[in-house]
Design a protein around this ligand. Structure first.
Ligand SMILES: *Cc1c(COP(=O)(O)O)cnc(C)c1O
Length: 379
């Protein structure tokens, strides 16, 4: 039987990288050094070098990476943390679990990323209300596209805020010749299997140039231990480490990403955009930006058309996803904040019209042709 088309084909990638991945895993088993083995150090050095940061601290997943970073910034009750309204829940959940208050910022529809003008308005609103202290901005590099860091940096400087970059979806992307995971005070990423750089389970990493934050994060990921003694606990931390096996799997996958997968996804994005009908809004990559294409997300003309296209694709066994069906301000978990749709017009509109098409480095021309034919034929 012919295998159905995959939204992100992890099996195809595995087949290509199988010999390297198997020998990397075997090495870990031969040494039986499962926690913080040598491959974890090796991966941290490789990734820090690649993104242009001094330090990389790996951990158990992307959500922990964000939470640990906020812990290292001493964020807690009474603090306001600004993030995009249109993102995966973890971008805000990391603030809430520490007792801080996430403030959702409406997006720029052309990039799907938070709108710097809306961000400044939100900061002023919080200051005017006087209940919370603005502390951190968490810009999310959504779908693989970096945020406008010049604009965000200048706002952070003006209001004396820290920046925690959520690059969970954008490892390998660039803004003005700088790699994601290098922006702001601290950056976080995820190695969830479907992310641009994914492992075979959960994984994540934190990046910084600050030596004392590096040591604090290494302590926080291991129950707040002191540098020398695992049983000397200096503060409340977590158990959040990257398994040696996952690090070993990530090393060959990192080389594949760098050597040809990033180029492949960029070619595929261009191929899609060149042939999709003009009635479809295709994703843009502004000058001086480079995307790592975690998602290829189009906008249809209205909700009815979006749902029709999705159904037509499903009929042909083509998977597609709605990233995201609602903004964070609409999540039941944040009902108690009493937020209204009218403050988030761009997110609300995009949630009705967005559709993410299959995207991964091993997608073939004939698959793209088939997908585009269904989309163009159902407008
Ligand atoms: C996936 C993701 C996370 C969380 O990563 P996990 O490894 O799944 O915990 C955080 N932020 C964004 C934007 C994500 O897409």
């Amino acid at each position: 039987m012919k295998k159905a088309m995959q939204f992100r084909d992890l099996q195809k990638q595995y087949k290509v990288l199988q010999p390297e991945i198997h020998s990397a895993m075997r090495e870990v088993m031969d040494s039986s050094n499962y926690i913080l083995g040598q491959q974890v150090d090796e991966l941290e050095k490789l990734l820090a070098d690649y993104v242009g940061r001094k330090y990389c601290i790996s951990c158990a997943n992307g959500t922990d990476a964000l939470t640990l970073a906020l812990m290292a910034m001493d964020i807690g009750p009474g603090d306001a943390v600004f993030t995009s309204d249109f993102t995966y829940f973890a971008s805000a959940g990391c603030a809430s679990v520490l007792g801080a208050t996430p403030i959702f910022v409406d997006i720029d529809q052309s990039t799907f990323n938070l709108d710097p003008n809306a961000l400044e308005e939100n900061i002023n609103d919080v200051l005017q209300e006087g209940k919370l202290k603005p502390k951190v901005i968490i810009p999310v590099d959504l779908f693989g596209l970096p945020c406008d860091y010049d604009a965000i940096n200048s706002i952070a400087n003006k209001y004396d805020l820290k920046i925690l970059e959520d690059a969970a979806q954008a490892f390998g992307a660039e803004y003005k010749n700088k790699k994601t995971c290098s922006f702001g005070n601290i950056s976080a990423t995820s190695f969830f299997p479907a992310k641009p750089l994914g492992c075979y389970g959960d994984g994540g990493a934190i990046f910084t140039d600050n030596k004392s934050i590096d040591s604090r994060l290494r302590s926080l990921r291991a129950q707040g231990k002191s540098q020398k003694d695992k049983y000397d606990n200096r503060e409340i931390g977590m158990n959040s480490r990257l398994d040696t096996l996952q690090a070993a799997i990530l090393i060959p996958k990192f080389h594949a990403l760098k050597d040809y997968e990033l180029e492949a996804v960029n070619n595929i994005a261009n191929a899609y955009s060149n042939v999709l009908n003009d009635k479809v809004t295709t994703p843009i990559v502004p000058n001086d930006y480079y995307s790592s294409w975690a998602q290829y997300t189009i906008l249809l003309q209205n909700e009815v058309q979006r749902n029709q296209v999705k159904e037509a694709l499903a009929k042909e066994d083509i998977p597609s996803m709605i990233y995201y069906p609602r903004g964070l301000h609409q999540q039941e978990a944040y009902n108690n904040m009493h937020l209204t749709d009218k403050d988030y017009p761009n997110t609300v509109d995009v949630c009705k019209r967005c559709l993410s098409l299959p995207m991964h480095p091993y997608l073939e021309d004939k698959d793209i042709e088939k997908i585009v034919k269904v989309v163009n034929g159902n407008l």
